[in-house]
Design a protein around this ligand. Structure first.
Ligand SMILES: CC(C)(COP(=O)(O)OP(=O)(O)OC[C@H]1O[C@@H](n2cnc3c(N)ncnc32)[C@H](O)[C@@H]1OP(=O)(O)O)[C@@H](O)C(=O)NCCC(=O)NCCS
Length: 164
């Protein structure tokens, strides 16, 4: 494996890979303990994927030098009656991110995050939110990219980045 990777916009056909990244995010602590099928069919996780790609969805995929997908970051807007973990208001997109285990700590996550934040700003979104468990190191990554904690509950932080 070389350390070379590139970033491309996510498309309709990336839905299956985004599902893999939802599984990585849900299993960050246990490294795969929770079954893939169980995660992908659970109400709290499938809302980040169902119907991908909707008009307001946007994302980026990191690919290795062979063109294999190795990570993704995307956002979507969820309604008040079906909010995500990081819901802060209607019309505020919520971010999801995951990187394949073998590629972690190589700068892929930060690069994806930066691409998505620039894009969200270009799309005119004043804010973008996310949810992270307080003992996930990703919290420090988000903070270093300008996210601030706006709410905390049951070991999770809701964080918001102001883009305007
Ligand atoms: C969180 C995640 C997306 C970050 O992507 P990544 O490619 O591993 O992160 P990067 O290599 O861009 O590193 C970002 C920062 O985190 C730090 N970091 C990376 N791995 C770390 C680890 N295991 N422990 C502590 N810090 C770590 C890096 O030092 C880096 O900071 P630096 O630029 O100052 O050196 C990825 O690790 C992942 O998919 N984790 C499992 C799923 C998950 O937790 N998703 C987020 C749910 S909210």
């Amino acid at each position: 494996m070389t350390d070379a990777f590139s970033i491309r916009p996510a498309g309709q056909s990336d839905g299956t890979f985004l599902g893999e990244m939802v599984v990585e995010a849900a299993n960050w602590r246990t490294g795969g303990a929770r079954a893939r099928h169980e995660i992908l069919t659970s109400v709290e996780h499938r809302r980040y994927l169902s119907g991908w790609m909707r008009p307001a969805d946007a994302g980026f995929v990191a690919v290795d030098s062979d063109g294999q997908s190795i990570g993704a970051a995307w956002y979507r807007m969820l309604p008040q009656d079906d909010p995500g973990f990081g819901f802060v208001g209607t019309a505020v997109p919520e971010l999801i991110i995951g990187v394949r285990p073998i590629w972690r700590a190589h700068g892929v996550g930060r690069t994806l995050l930066r691409h998505l934040l620039v894009h969200a700003g270009e799309q005119g979104h004043p804010r973008i939110s996310l949810s992270v468990e307080q003992d996930n190191f990703a919290r420090g990554l988000y903070r270093s990219e300008g996210f601030v904690v706006v709410a905390a509950d049951s070991g999770r932080d809701t964080m918001v980045h102001r883009l305007a």
